[in-house]
Design a binder for this molecule. Structure first.
Ligand code: SAM
Length: 343
């Protein structure tokens, strides 16, 4: 689909005086060839419903609309871009611009119900695309991973793929294999739930204004079944704890999962997972994380207060101590009852 003649992105920025606001991580792509390449990396979009995060002056937006999509929704926080986006909506009749913060924006009812595709099948004809603001890229991807794990928000419609930009180093962490120096929590959480690939590295000089860093374009397709099929909260808690001190041994990091008087559970967990306690966090494979999470989950099934225990949070420590006090009280009542039976 060819769009009718429109002012260029550069002209639009000049006409509406859209100087970049650093607080909103605004780095624009003026080069339409690059915008088309970004969109090509999302795969086939013809007849799809697309949601673009942070359209700004609309370069990627135009490239998406030229793919003859069924409909395009864009979410933008900065109202200054709305006249330009409205112009695209008017000429195509296929664009809806939503004003808001993407971190709070819900996509539960954004697309037609007829687009729902069962999770076990191929992805639905829905895509999420965006040249993300650096400032929110990491919280946003964790929010999306949680929704993927619960099949909620946009993932109510099925295994919706995403094509998003990140600072190059963050993109590389997402695909980092065991033993890579940049392997971290995000590598495990993302690889657990998605097939993830870095499609392209874009030099910082391609953006206006140019950031100090390069950018990685990352493509995610949710997996039919995650490697670790356990609640998101549990998986993120275990991975966060394992990577807490990257140079420490596994055993030392895991101590933070358990209260001081229950440190014996560290050995129990590692024994059940059958992993060398001296391993460095970056060497642990996704399958070994699965074994650690399963072992931790078994402990939490037996002692449910462990899941809520957070060594950084004084109120959770207090809660734990009161649960222990009640337990001890019950134990002593039980003991007295047993003793009275004996006499
Ligand atoms: N897509 C445009 C491009 O590639 O030229 C602009 C990309 S710029 C890196 C990020 C865009 O996201 C900006 O337009 C900015 O106003 C918008 N933005 C920043 N924070 C946002 C948020 N929390 N919710 C929605 N949009 C946001």
């Amino acid at each position: 689909m060819r769009l009718p003649p429109l002012p260029t992105i550069r002209d639009l920025i000049r006409m509406y005086k859209l100087s970049a606001v650093s607080k909103l991580s605004q780095n624009f792509i003026m080069d339409m060839t690059l915008n088309h390449k970004i969109v090509q990396n999302a795969g086939t979009l013809t007849g799809c419903c697309v949601c673009e995060v942070g359209p700004g002056p609309g370069g990627i937006t135009r490239a998406i609309l030229e793919k003859d999509v069924d409909h395009l929704h864009v979410i933008e926080k900065d109202r200054r871009f709305f006249p330009g986006l409205q112009m695209l909506a008017d000429v195509t009749g296929k664009l809806t611009a939503h004003h808001g913060d993407v971190l709070r924006f819900e996509m539960n009812n954004l697309f037609p119900e007829s687009f729902i595709t069962p999770w076990s099948e191929s992805p639905p004809k829905i895509h999420i695309i965006g040249n993300l603001p650096f400032s929110i890229a990491t919280p946003l991807i964790f929010k999306y991973m949680e929704s993927i794990s619960t099949h909620s928000d946009a993932w109510r419609y099925g295994r919706v793929p995403l094509t998003l930009t990140f600072q190059k180093e963050v993109a590389e962490r997402m695909v980092a294999e065991p033993n890579a120096e940049d392997r971290c929590r995000v590598s495990v959480v993302v690889q657990n739930l998605c097939h993830v690939t870095v499609k392209k590295i874009i030099p910082g000089s391609a953006f206006v204004p140019a950031p100090d860093v390069d950018v990685g374009l990352v493509h995610f397709v949710p997996k039919k079944k995650p490697i670790i099929d356990l609640p998101y909260r549990l998986v993120t808690k275990v991975t966060r704890t394992v990577f807490h001190h990257r140079q420490k041994q596994l055993k030392n990091n895991l101590k933070a999962l358990f209260p001081d008087d229950q440190q014996n559970l560290v050995d129990a967990m590692i024994g059940d997972a059958d992993i060398d306690p001296g391993r460095r966090p970056i060497s642990i494979t996704n399958e070994e994380f699965k074994r650690l999470c399963v072992a931790y989950s078994r402990i939490c099934d037996r002692l449910p207060y462990i899941l809520n225990y957070d060594y950084r949070n004084p109120s959770s420590k207090k809660n734990y101590l009161s649960i222990r006090a009640v337990e001890e009280e019950l134990n002593s009542v039980e003991l007295q009852r047993e003793q009275s039976k004996t006499f």
